[in-house]
Design a binder for this molecule. Structure first.
Ligand SMILES: [Zn+2]
Length: 340
């Protein structure tokens, strides 16, 4: 399915935030694999496969940087053809529910199959990163925290990475029920105020980030950095996590896919990825996280056997840098392709 420039569909889902279906990228990888197998079979039986369009060398370079572990990031950003997942059936819990899990001693996954929510435990309560949808905040976040032995009433802050309903949809509930403070960029508070694309209740405008903010709770400080691209005021995050005696630094990229395909979106994403890469390098960020599990392989890492003492989520500074390089390079590829 060709998609340029994209108009948001009624559901606006795959176009805005991939992953509301139970695995956009898995489907894409599968479809890519099927195409590859078909081409190989065609060659084997002597028929010439359809010639591939001349690959852009910069795109091939981004593909090489992505490797296998960051393939999903490359696939959603670089190629122009996007495969959309079927709309999710909210009534069919098995199509979206994911059990809660621990990633670090102080970081927990309370997201669903297609969208992430992370709870960071501090000595003065919880910072929640994204609030999912209105329909899933209860079963995933509230019940998930309880199952992990954490109290949802201790959520002090909800950081909304960007103004799309899969990330802010549950925020109003947490605001009303627990008095949690909701944080977003000024630009994305405006996005939330103006959007008609999502039916989830909107949180009341609360804490506003202009450019950047260090949010402190107890002894934990989490840096919120505006990284425009996916939305005008997408927030990406840098924060410490702990694994036994080890301290690591997580870099969480707050918005990935191109949904408007404007010149500003491409150029903004490229510049943001490069700037955030510099900040991540300065802080020694060695844990790559996303707000959609497909982009950081959340479930594989949760399921992975721990090698030695280190959490599978610690993939090293080079991985963080590669991920942001893929985002920057693919943005430049898309800019040159769509605005020659
Ligand atoms: Zn989004």
């Amino acid at each position: 399915m060709r998609e340029r420039p994209a108009a948001a569909g009624r559901d606006g889902l795959a176009r805005g935030c991939p992953g509301r279906g139970s695995g956009l990228m898995r489907k894409q990888a599968l479809i890519g694999g099927v195409a590859l197998v078909a081409a190989m079979m065609a060659t084997a039986i002597g028929a010439a496969p359809a010639p591939a369009s001349a690959p852009d060398p910069k795109m091939r370079s981004a593909e090489a940087v992505a490797g296998k572990d960051l393939r999903a990031l490359y696939e959603v950003l670089c190629p122009v053809d996007v495969v959309h997942p079927p709309a999710e059936n909210v009534a069919d819990r098995a199509s979206w529910y994911s059990p809660p899990a621990k990633a670090f001693d102080d970081l927990y996954y309370v997201g669903q199959q297609g969208v992430s929510a992370w709870a960071l435990k501090t000595d003065e309560g919880l910072i929640l990163i994204d609030a999912l949808f209105d329909y899933s905040v209860g079963p995933e976040i509230v019940d998930g925290l309880k199952a992990l032995g954490l109290d949802p009433a201790t959520i002090r802050y909800v950081v909304v990475t960007h103004g799309h309903g899969d990330h802010y949809g549950g925020a109003r509930y947490l605001q009303d029920t627990y008095g949690a403070r909701v944080v977003a960029s000024r630009k994305d508070w405006d996005v939330i105020a103006q959007t008609t694309r999502w039916t989830d209740p909107k949180p009341r405008r609360d804490i506003v980030v202009d450019g950047a903010m260090d949010l402190a709770l107890g002894r934990t400080v989490i840096s919120l950095i505006e990284t425009p691209g996916h939305t005008p005021g997408t927030l990406s995050l840098l924060f410490p996590v702990h694994d036994g005696a080890e301290r690591h630094v997580a870099a969480l990229w707050g918005g990935t896919a191109f949904n408007t395909r404007t010149r500003e979106q491409y150029a903004g994403m490229a510049a943001s990825a490069e700037r955030f890469a510099g900040l991540a390098r300065q802080r020694g960020a060695d844990v790559w996280l996303s707000n959609h599990p497909v982009f950081d392989d959340t479930f594989a890492k949760i399921a992975a056997e721990r090698k030695g003492a280190t959490s599978p989520f610690v993939t090293g500074q080079a991985t963080v840098q590669r991920a942001l390089k893929v985002a920057a390079q693919c943005s430049r590829v898309a800019l040159a392709r769509d605005y020659p």
